[in-house]
Design a protein. Sequence first.
Lengths: 382, 382
Amino acid sequence: MKRISILGSTGSIGVSTLDIVSRFPERFEIVGLAAGGNIDLLKEQIGRFRPSYVSVSEEAAALSLKGMDCHVLHGIEGAIAVATAPEADMVVSAIVGAAGLVPTVAAIKAGKEIALANKETLVMAGELVIREAREAGVNILPVDSEHSAIFQSIVGHNKDEIKRLILTASGGPFLNYPMEKLKGATPADALNHPNWQMGKKITVDSASLMNKGLEVIEARWLFDIPADRIDVHIHPQSIIHSMVEYIDGSVMAQMGIPDMRIPISYALSYPERLPVSLPSLNLLEIEKLTFMKPDHERFPCLNLAYNALMAGGTMTAVLNAANEIAVDAFLNGRIGFTEIPEIIDKVMSSHKNGAASHVDDILRADLWARGKAKEIIKGGNS
Amino acid sequence: MKRISILGSTGSIGVSTLDIVSRFPERFEIVGLAAGGNIDLLKEQIGRFRPSYVSVSEEAAALSLKGMDCHVLHGIEGAIAVATAPEADMVVSAIVGAAGLVPTVAAIKAGKEIALANKETLVMAGELVIREAREAGVNILPVDSEHSAIFQSIVGHNKDEIKRLILTASGGPFLNYPMEKLKGATPADALNHPNWQMGKKITVDSASLMNKGLEVIEARWLFDIPADRIDVHIHPQSIIHSMVEYIDGSVMAQMGIPDMRIPISYALSYPERLPVSLPSLNLLEIEKLTFMKPDHERFPCLNLAYNALMAGGTMTAVLNAANEIAVDAFLNGRIGFTEIPEIIDKVMSSHKNGAASHVDDILRADLWARGKAKEIIKGGNS
């Protein structure tokens, strides 16, 4: 029996994780759930999975859970308590955004196995987090379909024989969008993702390719492969989830239907697989698999991410923070789609880069970048 | 230092194996070479690789090698001596056709690690050979690109979590050939393979899809997966060399440029990989990857192979023998291309199937099937 805490239980990954847990009650038990503001769904989850610890963002929401048969907590301390619950063997880290970093680091320090869906943990603090995990003897199992694919393409093979990683990207809704219309693209246009059902923030990141940029940064830390040996291929069908090329010319790949329950179940049950009753991948029904170079003019965010990774230090945290603010402003109709990379670029350019030795360094850079991005947006001089 | 004997050193696989050996002289040493009738090439190989044992098919050819600094042998005993040379750690089994079976079994019994390119060993005697290998504690490493791909897609994963194997087939030169012209297809037409440079027999087998049928039989024994869980997909680009689907919906695949030196080098150096200096697979240059169901009307040989596998016993040896005779007759202009499956079908229909408990049972069935096939071809009533 594996006992699991989920950070971000009411989000897309959290819900899929609970779907897997509910299919294999003899294998998994829920210890803790941390959620944001979706209290109705959280109440339903508490009723079904009977966790010992529950945490929500706001104190008011916590009060509305009074009387339920569990410890109710709130805020960052609440999330940390769920992440470090003594009964938990594994923590599924699926809070979207920078808010996921601190409880994930707390879980690692408490020796919990990590199923990692939160991108920001490695984007903001990759070097530090991987070092902590090594020291604590903790496994980090990727939940992202791309990193799960790479992980599965390395299992059983030799890491030091890797020539390069190839992350695939669907290209999102703007892959073939007329360039002159990109400036005026609306949130509705950006949220119209061709293959995957995901949250809003990550869907916009997919449309700008920032999502792929963040994944390159994650891959660099998860697999200890330098940036210049990580490539991105646009693969609109999203069937090959990513690939690993070896020194002998062999390329290993993992494929599947676009359903997050596959990589989630793999992370939950590794090194075993679960008989998740999903439809088989039917390549005979898929007309073709195609691959293209990313268009860096159309998608400047990808190179911004490579630049931040190459710069190192707190620059990736700054990239990430500026992007969160810019995407939020875009979703609220305050800036245009093509202003997202412009704002990030400006924030990065004015950042005085420094070492990311402690979480505090990173949080300070994050805070600064958010302020800077807001200032630029407010000034309207992006 | 791994010491290697090669059975079939002057054929396509033998030559590629020696190419790999010559690139890594600090890793590999040649102990023995067995060849057919290409004495000029064999002499060159002896001069370059200085084996202790050499064997050729005919005594006359052996005489022409007198004076070279090695034990010169001939015939089946010669091949067995090369296969069981006490100095050899590994035997590369690459003699084309039924002639490869006996020396390969001898190598297994002598405890040699096997790099298996000879299809007939497993097609004729799969159950027996796998049992012998298990008893002798011998590894059989596949050299065929398809089986190497499956092997690489299983390494590190759990065999008992496999849902199905998917072998890919280029479809050969007749994939889109007009059906009404297939009857009159010439050996030159059949030898015009789109992707791979191989020997004549195997190239005709690729054109009829018998090659894929034989590979299904091999896969059944190599990976212990029943026939009804082995599928074949036509994949004209020959980039994905084969795939394994797991119970969670994940499909692992191995890809690469079509160069046999990749799977050969993997078999020679497993579990390590060698930095074979071949061009990288460039998916960006490949327009698309496509997949189709095999057309069983056009390619009846594939179902004949499934039928033989399902029948078991000596039937797969009969399938193989009848095919060798029919392909030979086709290459010599004595029968048409579409008569190949007709002849095999007739031979299989008149075979009284029995247990394949000993190599002798298999060789007897093989001999009978050859006679029967020749009789049918001579009678011209195919």
